[in-house]
Design a protein around this ligand. Structure first.
Ligand code: ZN
Length: 195
């Protein structure tokens, strides 16, 4: 999961002001005309073109991502237009937002899910040499399960990066993220390790 800082863009604030019932989940439909621009803004300006949950690179031009309500509209309709609740996720069916949205989560569950705005994120995920995310506390473990961050496809990608990292090590972080398809958390972790 990426840790990000959010600053609400004008296109969103302007639109929000015109919506009569902003605290109802149906308010989201009224954003149809700006959603594409909003998605692109969040993805490029705040997330460096990576999925907020699995950290894989997402092409900004493709239909491979969606704006996710981290706290679902069903449970928290009052947060439908809360900018700090909006993140861009990949569209993979078996992990990230689609996976989370199929779980029968309750408001109590959300007490145990890490938020991409939380500072805690910097220290609660490690990685095994086989490419699995290793949660370092209970909350991180539950978060990993809610987004299925150890889905086989993610684990295989991370494993390949780990196995070949010595030949990549000399490159700068941004180049590695670009060439290896995201995975910034893993790359940072590997960079820290012994040379
Ligand atoms: Zn993802």
């Amino acid at each position: 999961m990426l840790r990000v800082t959010k600053i609400e863009p004008k296109l969103f604030s302007d639109k929000k002001r015109k919506i009569k019932k902003p605290k109802e989940s149906t308010a989201w439909r009224e954003l149809a005309d700006i959603r594409e621009d909003l998605r692109s803004h969040i993805l490029t300006q705040e997330q460096d073109n990576m999925c907020i949950y699995c950290e894989k690179k997402i092409s900004a031009s493709s239909q491979k991502s969606n704006i996710d309500h981290y706290k679902t509209r069903k449970l928290y309709p009052e947060l439908t237009l809360d900018y700090n609740n909006l993140f861009v996720s990949c569209n993979h069916n078996a992990h990230c937002s689609s996976y989370k949205d199929r779980l029968p989560l309750t408001k109590d569950d959300y007490q145990n899910i890490l938020n991409p705005l939380s500072i805690e994120l910097n220290e609660v995920f490690g990685y095994t040499s086989f490419g699995e995310i290793e949660p370092l506390n209970k909350k991180a473990k539950f978060t990993q399960e809610c987004f299925n961050l150890n889905h086989i496809s993610l684990v295989e990608e991370r494993k390949l990066i780990i196995q070949n990292f010595e030949s990549y090590r000399e490159f700068d972080e941004d180049i590695l993220v670009e060439c290896l398809g995201g995975h910034i958390g893993l790359i940072r972790e590997l960079k820290k390790e012994k040379k």
